[in-house]
Design a protein. Structure first.
Length: 135
C-alpha cells in the first residue's frame, strides 16, 4: 500500500501555495534543459575539458564535475560555460506547458525517422495476409 500523496501539476491560482512537488518538477526540468544545452554545445565545439578548464581558470576536476551531471549551477556558471565553450549565450523565452494540450505519444520520438510524415494506423485497420512489410 502506498502511503505517499501524488499531486497533479496545475497552474498557480490566487494565493494558494504551490505544492513542493510541482516546484521540484520544474526545477529539475530546467536543470536538465540547461545541462543538455551546455553538453550539446561542448560536444559540438570539439574542445577538451582541459581547454575549457584553462579558459575558465578552473581546475580540471571542477570542469569534470560540472560536465558530469546536472547540478544546481548558478546562472553565472551557465553563462561562463557557454561563453567559454564557443562564445555563445543562452536565449531565454517563456513557455506555458500546463496550458498545452496533453500529449499522448504512442511511440518514442527517437523511433520516428520523419515525425512530419508519420501516420499511425488505427487499431481497427487490418492488413491482408502477405501484404504486411516489416522494416
Amino acid at each position: 500500500m502506498n502511503t505517499y500523496r501524488t499531486t497533479k501539476l496545475s497552474k498557480p491560482q490566487g494565493d494558494d501555495p504551490i505544492p513542493r512537488g510541482s516546484l521540484g518538477y520544474f526545477r529539475a526540468r530546467n536543470r536538465h534543459r540547461l545541462y543538455s544545452l551546455v553538453i550539446d554545445e561542448f560536444e559540438r565545439s570539439g574542445i577538451s575539458q582541459a581547454t575549457l578548464a584553462r579558459r575558465l581558470r578552473k581546475s580540471p576536476e571542477v570542469i569534470c564535475r560540472w560536465l558530469g551531471a546536472p547540478g544546481n549551477w548558478r546562472l553565472d556558471t551557465v553563462s561562463d560555460l557557454l561563453f567559454a565553450i564557443d562564445g555563445g549565450e543562452d536565449a531565454h523565452s517563456m513557455q506555458y506547458p500546463l496550458e498545452q494540450a496533453p500529449r499522448n505519444d504512442n511511440v518514442p520520438e527517437w523511433t520516428i525517422e520523419d515525425p512530419e510524415q508519420t501516420v499511425v494506423p488505427s487499431q481497427t485497420e487490418t492488413v491482408p495476409a502477405g501484404q504486411l512489410e516489416l522494416a
